[in-house]
Design a protein around this ligand. Structure first.
Ligand SMILES: NC(=O)c1ccc[n+]([C@@H]2O[C@H](COP(=O)([O-])OP(=O)(O)OC[C@H]3O[C@@H](n4cnc5c(N)ncnc54)[C@H](O)[C@@H]3O)[C@@H](O)[C@H]2O)c1
Length: 257
């Protein structure tokens, strides 16, 4: 029970990594505020936590919309009185080399993946500052560190999230708030399944090439990333501040050839 008595808010928790993290946090004793844009999927995650004997509340909000995010945080505080952990997980993919992208495609990825970290943090931080405690986990990616083909907009956002994490850590360290980033490699989630279908003629060949990029020779699972998120959420990581945590099967620091 590593999150006993902790209130955790996870954005984009209706699917993939966010959902696995929500289920794990629930099993570890947290009160889990499940956020997603998709009301059906978000409500399912919350229902599953409760069915497993945990505590959860689904709050629908679009992480790019200030009114909707403020309302979500206000409701969370009215219900639970505090927020101990904010996991800024919601994000979307963006495929294309820079010259192929329309300005609207670029703006959409930037909006969800960067503004979607800014806004929940903006409204949760004053409560953590008052509590003088908190852990914020920002979802970056190993593409913040390595160049990957046709990920111009997406890698720009994940690099920005990593830089933002370090900057936030400096500003809030004196309030005993920790801010760290997760850098996953390729994890098999609906996000990746969809990207494989829409971006490659032969998804099977694409998955083989994605696997070979990682020293593990396999893709990660949402549970692999959830375990790392649990570490950053819990007091076990109390000496980690402003750090990137890689969960990438060796994609960043290893080379296969
Ligand atoms: N899957 C990977 O290989 C991988 C690797 C590195 C980083 N990531 C990052 O991990 C995070 C989660 O990815 P995933 O693979 O679990 O994706 P996913 O598509 O399975 O889940 C993302 C969830 O975010 C929600 N969402 C999207 N836009 C939203 C918005 N505006 N407001 C609220 N919710 C919104 C979606 O409805 C969805 O339920 C993303 O930030 C992604 O960039 C994923």
């Amino acid at each position: 029970m590593r999150l006993e008595n902790k209130v955790t808010l996870i954005t984009g928790a209706g699917s993939g990594i966010g959902k696995s993290s929500a289920l794990l946090f629930g099993r570890e004793g947290a009160y889990v505020i499940v956020n997603d844009l998709d009301a059906t999927k978000g409500a399912e995650t919350a229902a599953e936590i409760i069915a497993n004997g945990g505590k959860a509340l689904f709050l629908q909000a679009d992480v790019t919309d200030p009114e909707s995010v403020k309302q979500m945080v206000d409701t969370a505080i009215e219900t639970c009185g505090r927020i101990d952990v904010l996991f800024n997980n919601a994000g979307i993919s963006g495929v294309g080399a820079l010259h192929e992208l329309e300005p609207e495609q670029w703006d959409r990825v930037i909006r969800v993946n960067i503004r979607g970290v800014f806004l929940p943090s903006k409204y949760v931080l004053p409560h953590m500052m008052e509590q003088r405690s908190g852990s914020i986990i920002n979802m970056s990616s190993c593409v913040a560190e390595i160049g990957l083909a046709r990920r111009a907009s997406y890698s720009a956002t994940k690099g920005a999230v990593l830089a933002l994490t370090k900057s936030m850590q400096v500003d809030y360290a004196s309030y005993q708030i920790r801010v760290n980033a997760l850098l996953p490699g390729t994890i098999l989630t609906p996000f990746v399944e969809n990207y494989l279908k829409t971006s490659y003629d032969d998804p099977e060949a694409a998955i083989a090439s994605l696997k070979s990029r990682q020293l593990s020779q396999d893709l990660g699972t949402p549970e692999d990333v959830a375990a790392a998120a649990l570490f950053l959420a819990s007091d076990d990581s109390k000496f980690m501040m402003g750090s990137p945590l890689y969960i990438d099967g060796g994609a960043v620091f290893g080379k296969n050839a």
